[in-house]
Design a protein around this ligand. Structure first.
Ligand code: GDP
Length: 297
């Protein structure tokens, strides 16, 4: 299960400090060392770890904590609060346009879960926001990507705009928006091409589509299993496209948690959703406080 190692280590550290009647400065220092190691082992970005530890230490060593009746518990509370803050504090909802249609552009590396998440989001928006989405097949390079989106669309009964793989994605985006207007779709979800690595051609194409479609949401999809790589990918996409949100997929796997804990801090963009299964209903809104609770037990 995700975060298993990190959770176990942090919980053991917390239990030790909780059981102490009096907590000394040295106890806090030992504890912070253990938390630091646990985070690094979970593949959390080292700069993020440093900042996090600094903040917790400063608050924990404050006189109001050290002189309280339950310093151990106060310190644990601080760790939980700071962990929540690190992941963005409050749940951030998907951006919806004041005036329809809402345009959502899905971006990410190949295999991250873009096509799957496009379908999941369409379902989420129909179910929870009463929207009438149109899925747009814009990944013309990966063999079978278009068929995959068609299959997803059929599964959840949401139409797919598909011009095949011989039309440029820029033109697909333009025509899809016209089509959405004619057919009264209030939400347009554009699946774009992923590559194995970030390259200039891909980024230029994505910039073009952004320009054409003026998306309300540029949703980066990253695979939580890839740890530090996910964070680097997020940073690159954000620098080039100024993304508006992140979906972290495959949280049902045994990810160590590094990506979930670092992305917000590194990119300053919120994780809005997490993917928790391959199925179409396997998408959950991301709540930093619940995630912190889950990690700390
Ligand atoms: P794309 O290349 O980015 O469009 O990636 P796909 O949508 O094709 O997904 C790649 C693989 O990851 C597929 O086998 C998906 O079923 C799987 N996948 C996507 N999201 C999740 C998730 O949240 N959990 C699990 N377990 N698998 C996922």
């Amino acid at each position: 299960m995700a975060f298993e190692g990190l959770g176990e280590r942090l919980q053991a550290t917390m239990d030790r400090i909780k059981s102490k009647g009096k907590v000394s400065e040295a106890d806090v220092k030992v504890m912070m060392r253990e938390v630091r190691l646990a985070l690094l082992e979970a593949d959390v970005n080292f700069k993020v770890v440093k900042q996090f530890i600094g903040q917790v230490r400063e608050r924990a060593l404050g006189s109001d904590v050290m002189q309280s009746l339950t310093p151990g518990q106060q310190v644990i509370k601080i760790v939980k609060e700071e962990l929540t803050e690190l992941m963005g504090g409050e749940n951030q909802k998907i951006n919806l346009a004041q005036k329809p249609p809402t345009v959502i552009m899905m971006v990410g590396l190949q295999g991250a879960g873009k096509t799957t998440t496009a379908g999941k989001l369409a379902l989420h928006l129909r179910k929870n926001h009463n929207k009438k989405p149109l899925l747009v097949a814009g990944d013309i390079y990966r063999p079978a990507a278009i068929d995959q989106l068609e299959t997803v669309g059929k599964q959840i009964d949401i139409p797919v705009f598909n011009l095949g793989d011989q039309v440029k994605p820029q033109e697909i985006a333009t025509k899809a928006l016209e089509h959405a207007k004619e057919e009264h779709h209030d939400t347009v979800i554009i699946d774009t091409a992923g590559r194995l690595h970030i390259d200039e051609d891909l980024m230029n194409e994505l910039k073009d589509i952004k320009e054409i479609a003026s998306p309300d949401e540029i949703m980066l999809v990253v695979d939580s299993m890839t740890g530090q790589d996910a964070v680097n990918v997020a940073e690159s996409f954000n620098n080039l496209l100024d993304i508006t949100g992140v979906t972290l997929t495959k949280l049902d796997g045994d990810t160590r948690g590094g990506a979930a804990l670092s992305i917000r801090s590194v990119t300053e963009k919120p994780i809005k959703f997490v993917g928790v299964s391959e199925k179409m209903d396997g998408l959950e809104s991301f709540h930093p406080d619940r995630m912190a609770q889950r990690i700390l037990g």
